[in-house]
Design a protein around this ligand. Sequence first.
Ligand SMILES: [Zn+2]
Length: 310
Amino acid sequence: MKPYTIGVDVGGTNIKLGLVDRSGAIAARAFLDTKSFYGSKKKLIDVIIGAVRDLIEEKRLASKDILGIGLGLPGPIDSKRGIVNFLPNIPGWKNVPLKSIVQKKLHIPTVVDNDVNLITLGEWKFGAGKNYKNLMCMTLGTGVGGGLILNGALYRGEGFVAGELGHMPLNEKGPDCNCGGSACFEYYVGNGYLLKKAAKIFKNKNIQLSDVFFLAKQGNARAIEFWEEAATHIGNALVGVVNLLNLRLIVIGGGVSNNYQFLGKTINAVIRRRAMKVQAKMVKIVRAKLGNDAGIMGARVLVKESIRER
Ligand SMILES: [Zn+2]
C-alpha cells in the first residue's frame, strides 16, 4: 500500500497542509494565508495545488507515492461528488467541483469534505476521541462548528450538512445571523462577539482574546467572569445536544478552547445542573488534543475510507 496521504485544511484565515507518512506522523508541513487569495477562486485553488506539489517534492516523492489527498473547507460540501456548495467566509465560491479540478491537475485520488468533519475524524481516530463510538467535536473560533460520530461513523445527514451546532438557536428571539436564522449559538460565543464584548469591558478596542486569557491567568476577576459567561452559553447549548444524542464524549477544539482552564468547570457545571440525569452522568467533556493537526489527520482517515469503498 502507498504509505503517504496529504491533508489540506482550508480555514477563513489560513490554510494548513501536511504530508502524513505510513507511521501516521506528519513528515512535512506548509502554511498559507487565505486572505491574500480572497476574491480569486482560481488563484486559491492554484496556490493549494502548488503547495501540494512542493510538499511532494520536498520529500522527493512522486504522485504515485501518494494514496490520496483530503481537503477540508469551511462550508457545506457535497462530499459524495466532491463539490463545494459555497463558503460563507470566503467570497467567490459557488458549486465548485473541487475534487475533479484537483484530481485532473495532480493525478492523485482526492476527497473533499467540510473542515469540521475532518477535524472530528482526526480527533476521533488519533486524538481525544480514540475508542469512542458516540461523540461530538465542537470547534470554537470565528465560527462555531460541530462534527458528529454516531454509532462509530461520521454522521453527515441527508444533504451532507449535519452538525451545524453554531446555528442552533440559543434563545427564541435574538440578533439576526448570517445563516438566515436568529439568536444562533455562534452569535453568543463566536470570536466576533467575544472581541466586541471584551473591548467594551476592558475599554480597549484592540484587545485580543489571548489578552483576556492572560488577564484571567493573572487572577483578574472581570476576565475570569468573561470566560465563565462564555462557558455558561456553551454549557446551555450543549445541554440540548446531550439530551438529544446521549453522547459519551464532547471534544472542544478551536482557538477559544485555548482558554479551556477557565471554561471547562462552568461548562460541566451547567450540563450537570440542566441536562437529564442519565445523559449528564454519561457524558465527558474534554479539550481537543491535536490542535492544528486535527484536519490533516482527519484527511488521512477520509482518504483511507474512500479507498476502501472503491
Ligand atoms: Zn446562524
